[in-house]
Design a protein around this ligand. Structure first.
Ligand SMILES: Cc1cc2nc3c(=O)[nH]c(=O)nc-3n(C[C@H](O)[C@H](O)[C@H](O)COP(=O)(O)OP(=O)(O)OC[C@H]3O[C@@H](n4cnc5c(N)ncnc54)[C@H](O)[C@@H]3O)c2cc1C
Length: 335
């Protein structure tokens, strides 16, 4: 990967302290809905108590952890591990690193299958194994966890050395709840982490949160309250499927940045700025293309020579997937 000036210096993240083959038992500390209103999707903010396990104090904001549902799948094999992004700051919800959280969306789909007697007969419902199991747990229930996972999608050691553009779709907001908490709110008073805290970060922080409908916005009150309190923090909710005054649908996150380029340009041109994008696989395609078309991709993207001569307006999705890579100043977590 090409190294650019002002690449972030990242902390040494601990990884794989507990492997999915031998998960440790943690406990549900709380579970509550975190959507803004009544919505077609169901998303919960779930807090998990790691006390007494080797995972205590190991997670950095932006990393993920594994959940291994007990029992076996339809083929009689143990359930495979599923990863969930940590939605808590590096000091945890409690300031001691004992309680981590995540933002879990119930996977609910209808997928008819001609070869399945039930699903071909008007009952095509598929309930995701792990997300629904996790959302069904109550306070005190046991949950087998592993991790931490991931080492690149974390905040730099020196928070104030950079400005930040965070772009999220759906549960991709999880790591940004933790990171923005860490940048602005800080650990609870009286916790060991609070004694080391330097106070709110004064860097520019922009959060662009994409959701299909206003009711799907996650942690909306939390971010609105922070935006009112901290002038350096800007919250940009972007709604894609509600009708606009003019015909057509609303924007996606990258369209939003594109149409407000005059506003974001100075930030994208600054050598302090880091971009973090998290959410649905494919969200990076539009972001990469918009950056390249605007001539602002240089510090954030490495473009393979095979497509370097092609104008970015003509890049295909396949070319972007295979031939454009984020640099150290553009962190990506998609699933
Ligand atoms: C790094 C990372 C971080 C993540 N962070 C989060 C997070 O913060 N929050 C979050 O909610 N998710 C997150 N995920 C996604 C999460 O790991 C799971 O993939 C997700 O919860 C779905 O798992 P599940 O067990 O509920 O669904 P599964 O049972 O694994 O099903 C997933 C999909 O497989 C298909 N499928 C399953 N069974 C069938 C069948 N019988 N026939 C046909 N198709 C079928 C369906 O399309 C279904 O939707 C993350 C993933 C990664 C890799």
């Amino acid at each position: 990967m090409t190294v650019h000036p002002n690449d972030p210096v990242l902390p040494e993240a601990r990884m794989h302290v507990v492997l999915p083959g031998a998960p440790v038992v943690a406990h549900i500390a709380s579970s509550e809905s975190c959507i803004r209103g009544k919505s077609a999707s169901f998303v919960r903010h779930i807090e998990i108590n790691l006390e007494g396990t080797p995972l205590e104090g190991t997670f950095l904001a932006g990393q993920s952890f594994g959940v291994v549902v007990p029992g076996v799948d339809a083929k009689g094999r143990p359930h495979k591990v599923r990863l969930y992004s940590v939605a808590s700051p590096s000091y945890g919800e409690d300031g001691f690193g004992r309680i981590i959280s995540t933002t879990c969306k119930r996977t609910i789909e209808e997928i008819p299958d001609e070869n399945d007697p039930v699903r071909s007969d008007g009952h095509p419902l598929i309930l995701g194994v792990c997300s629904n199991w996790l959302c069904d747990r109550s306070i005190g229930n046991e949950i087998p966890v592993s991790g931490p996972n991931g080492k690149r999608f974390v905040l730099p050691i020196d928070h104030s050395a950079h400005d930040y553009i965070f772009m999220a779709t759906g549960t991709g907001i999880a790591p940004f709840r933790g990171m923005i908490h860490e940048l602005l709110v800080g650990p609870p008073v009286g916790s060991p982490a609070h004694a080391r805290w330097l106070g709110p970060c004064t860097s520019k922080i922009h959060l662009v949160m994409g959701a299909p409908y206003r009711t799907d916005l996650l942690y909306d009150d939390f971010f609105r309250t922070l935006a009112e309190k901290y002038p350096q923090f800007h919250y940009h909710p972007v709604i894609s499927r509600e009708p606009l005054p003019q015909p057509g649908h609303g924007p996606h996150t990258h369209h939003y940045v594109e149409t407000r380029l005059n506003f974001f340009k100075p930030l994208l041109e600054s050598n302090r700025t880091l971009i973090y994008a998290c959410g649905l696989a494919g969200m990076q395609i539009g972001i990469f293309k918009a950056l390249a078309i605007a001539g602002l991709g240089g510090p954030f993207l490495t473009v393979h020579e095979e497509i370097a001569a092609i104008p970015p307006t003509q890049w295909t999705t396949e070319q972007i997937k295979r031939r454009v890579r984020p640099t150290h100043r553009c962190m990506l977590e998609v699933y």
